[in-house]
Design a protein around this ligand. Structure first.
Ligand SMILES: Cc1cc2nc3c(=O)[nH]c(=O)nc-3n(C[C@H](O)[C@H](O)[C@H](O)COP(=O)(O)O)c2cc1C
Length: 191
């Protein structure tokens, strides 16, 4: 069965450490046989979610495109940076838009429920953004997603990558790619 994974980073910063970590895991998933679609949230037109805005103008083109992308994929691979002990507004805003009723009236939450997700995080700090993963796991759990236990928090991430974006620590690289592989295998078993 063809497994499609949507790879999302909660940071759209040009030199994002979370994007680099996500790329390593995505590589692992691809090698295992998955089709991986990288998504840069800043490329979508996603205003800050506001219920009045939604009532007056409906879903933005970006929100509709994001819902369609989630619908087309079997699993989410998410890198969640840590801002002040939690996940970023960019990532949560995207999830909030996905969860809203679709243009045809069907529930957006149904796009997420029952799907598999894996979490990664990277931070220059000692905990590697682990607190952000904890918060994000709670959100995804509430939405009915199955978050696999395989995860990785990369501490001192500003020193962890070489010029080609590879992890200098090869054992860390194996674990991170393994998160992508585990996501692929779990989605395959559930599919
Ligand atoms: C507003 C803000 C708050 C931050 N808070 C934390 C934090 O609580 N814990 C942490 O480990 N790093 C924190 N950082 C540092 C980020 O982990 C760091 O900027 C990281 O590189 C962001 O991810 P990115 O490289 O993928 O953009 C914070 C950064 C910003 C801008």
């Amino acid at each position: 069965m063809n497994i499609r994974i949507l790879a999302i980073s909660g940071s759209s910063r040009r030199e994002s450490l979370n994007q680099k970590l996500l790329d390593v895991a995505a590589h692992g998933a691809r090698d295992a046989g998955a089709e991986v679609t990288p998504l840069r949230l800043a490329d979508l037109q996603l205003p800050l979610y506001d219920q009045d805005l939604e009532a007056e103008r409906g879903l933005s083109d970006g929100a509709k495109a994001l819902q369609a992308l989630v619908a087309e994929h079997d699993a989410l691979l998410i890198a969640t940076p840590e801002y002040n002990g939690g996940y970023t507004a960019l990532l949560k805003n995207a999830i909030d838009w996905v969860s809203r009723p679709r243009e045809d009236g069907s529930p957006g939450v149904a796009l997420l429920a029952g799907k598999v997700a894996a979490l990664l995080s990277a931070s220059p700090g000692q905990l590697g953004g682990l607190r952000s993963q904890t918060g994000m796991r709670t959100v995804l759990d509430k939405l009915g997603m199955l978050v696999i236990p395989q995860a990785f928090a990369l501490s001192f991430a500003h020193e962890a990558f070489d010029a080609e974006g590879q992890l200098k620590d090869k054992s860390a690289e194996r674990i991170v790619s393994g998160v992508g592989v585990a996501l692929y295998r779990t989605a395959s078993r559930l599919g």
